[in-house]
Ligand binder design. Structure first.
Ligand code: PEP
Ligand code: MG
Length: 587
């Protein structure tokens, strides 16, 4: 097969080399997960049992056929029974389960994909059309499988054999990404998505190379193709030659060495050349991420995206996590951070983070019932979460961060709900930090343009640049068609950032950045030069940002920062940023 290269949007760092594992498009979606070695035979039997049941179903339909039924109907059932008995359907998927540890549904659709591709090549029209029969048979088996899908636990015990799998998909929902967290996938490639879509965010926090927005990669790449992901360049090389693989293995080794060197900085405080300390915080999605954040030397958690505890729970007994379950999760993060602050953002669901993956919204979801809007409409869910966060605050330093606020009444109602939660806990003799800090995310332009409304009532601000850019530039952050317009140094964005840092400084309250800009080394000097002193980012990016801070001199950056903030010319802004990058660098 000839090698070819695809260009997409880089969303994380590094190089990975592995084999393609295709996830089918959402419309035909089935669950994809890996089976632990000791459960493989049980999974094989699950598929065999489903096939046997479909055989029985076909027989029953046969015997129930009315005497005057058209003969084609019987013939049609015979064809389906034959297909079902063919080793290509009855044996090959079992081998896939045994060798690749795919779950039964995934193994079956993988085999169907292979067969469908072979049928597409057939010249004879009649035979080519039998592809539809194969798919119908597969669907019958899938129906039986999914009816009993909950009986087997998902596995995270994956062996070395799977260590070089690269997921290729049209798109991966944030909830599905979470399922892949514990599994040894080494890269992600998707047709859709933008730099700060939530899928991209999760892959960044996993610290694995990913390229999104590739357009039609999932159609061009075949199951098991060798792939190289160069995520810094946003490039995917399909079917590379051995020479190219060797070349990339070298670069990979160099990068790893560099990373190891940077990790040694973990205990070094992030102080600039001229003595200003910058607080570097971690963004986390699940409580267990706090451990890695501590190991990387984060000064705290600047953003705990609590919504990930609420996602992908369809099919569980109770859909939403209870107060107790949430409390344990928040407390675990807080205790793992050993007294360092943990900023827990209240539920930010909706838009591209639906709680239930089957939710579809034909209106523009990003402008809809999201984050605090959802919480205020569902006060009981909000109150339960606030109680859980408050209870966790008895175990360390916790800050509450409210997403997407734009209106004064949203601030007032949120604060009132926090007071109500406190009053309830007090009555129940449950411990909490009565002086817990409450802050707002600045991610809607309206908020950045009405800062006095926020600084008066809140203890701190945190800028969500991902959404701020989305809403200011009217660019859907998950839509690869407009990804080229997603520009974090657009003058409008820089002005809003400047206004926010100035207003917070004037009011004497801290302001952090917790969106993607905080972890972008290209922008570190600009942000600290503008006055930002707290940056929160995926743990994997902390060392590089720290290195950039250690080399920078805030005084020397000022002329560049002024020039950038005065400019409305993107080329000039870009040039000044490049000049600033090499200023005051230690050699
Ligand atoms: C942001 O919008 O920048 C942010 C940090 O929140 P999220 O990416 O979770 O929407
Ligand atoms: Mg946001």
């Amino acid at each position: 097969m000839a090698s070819f290269t695809l260009q997409g949007i880089p969303v994380s760092r590094g190089i990975t080399i592995g084999r393609a594992h295709l996830l089918r498009p959402a419309a035909l979606d089935v669950q994809h997960y890996l089976i632990a070695q000791e459960q493989v035979e049980a999974e094989v039997q699950r598929l065999q049992a489903a096939i046997t049941q479909v055989h029985k179903e076909l027989q029953t339909i046969w015997s129930d056929l009315p005497v005057d039924a058209p003969t084609e109907l019987g013939a049609f059932l015979d064809v389906h029974a034959l297909i079902l008995s063919d080793p290509m359907i009855s044996e090959a998927p079992l081998d896939i389960i045994r060798t690749r540890h795919y779950n039964a549904e995934w193994a079956l659709v993988t085999q169907i994909d292979v067969l469908s591709a072979q049928f597409d090549e057939i010249e004879d029209d009649y035979l080519r059309e039998r592809k539809a029969d194969i798919q119908q048979v597969a669907e019958r088996v899938l129906k039986v499988l999914t009816g009993s899908a909950h009986s087997l636990p998902r596995s995270s015990g994956v062996d070395e054999k799977n260590a070089n799998m690269i997921v290729v998909a049209r798109d991966i929902s944030p909830a599905d990404m979470m399922q892949f967290r514990d599994v040894a996938f080494t890269g992600f490639v998707t047709d859709e998505g933008g730099q700060n879509s939530h899928t991209a965010i999760v892959s960044r926090s996993l610290g694995i190379p990913a390229v999104v927005g590739l357009g039609n990669a999932s159609r061009l790449i075949q199951q098991d193709d060798w792939l190289i992901i160069d995520s810094d360049a946003g490039v995917v090389i399909v079917a590379p030659s051995p020479q190219v693989i060797a070349q990339y293995r070298n670069s990979q080794a160099v990068l790893l060495k560099l990373r190891k060197k940077l990790v040694r900085l973990k205990k070094t405080p992030a102080i600039t050349q001229d003595g200003t300390e910058i607080t570097l915080l971690a963004n986390i999605e699940l409580p267990q991420d706090a451990v890695a954040a501590m190991e990387a030397g984060a000064s705290g958690v600047g953003l705990f995206r609590s919504e990930f505890l609420f996602m992908g729970r369809t099919g569980q007994d109770h859909q939403l996590p209870s107060e107790e379950e949430q409390f344990v999760a928040y407390r675990d993060a807080v205790t793992a951070m050993k007294g360092r602050p943990v900023t827990i953002r209240t539920l930010d669901v909706g838009a591209d983070k639906p709680m239930d993956a089957t939710e579809h919204n034909i209106l523009n979801p990003a402008l809809g019932l999201r984050a605090i809007r959802y919480c205020l409409k569902e006060p009981q869910i909000f109150l339960t979460q606030l109680r859980a966060i408050l209870r966790a605050s008895a175990f360390g330093t916790v800050h509450i961060l409210i997403p997407m606020m734009a209106h004064a009444f949203e601030i007032d109602q949120s604060l009132a709900m926090i007071e109500q939660a406190k009053a309830e806990l007090l009555r129940e003799n449950k411990r909490f930090d009565d002086r817990i800090a409450v802050g707002a995310m600045i991610e809607v332009p309206a908020a950045a343009l009405s800062l006095p409304m926020f600084v008066k009532k809140l203890d701190f601000l945190s800028i969500g640049t991902n959404d701020l850019i989305q809403y200011t530039l009217a660019i859907d952050r998950a839509d690869h068609e407009v990804a080229h317009l997603y520009n974090d140094t657009h003058p409008a964005i820089l002005q809003l950032l400047q206004m926010t840092v100035s207003a917070a400084e004037k009011a004497g309250i801290p302001v952090a950045i917790c969106g993607g800009m905080a972890g972008d080394v290209r922008l570190t000097r600009l942000l600290i030069g503008m006055g930002f002193r707290e940056l929160s980012m995926p743990t994997a990016l902390l060392p590089e940002v720290k290195q950039e801070i250690l080399n920078a001199d805030i005084g020397a950056l000022q002329p560049y920062v002024k020039k950038i903030l005065r400019s409305y010319d993107p080329v000039a802004i870009h040039e000044t940023l490049t000049m600033m990058a090499s200023s005051s660098t230690l050699h």
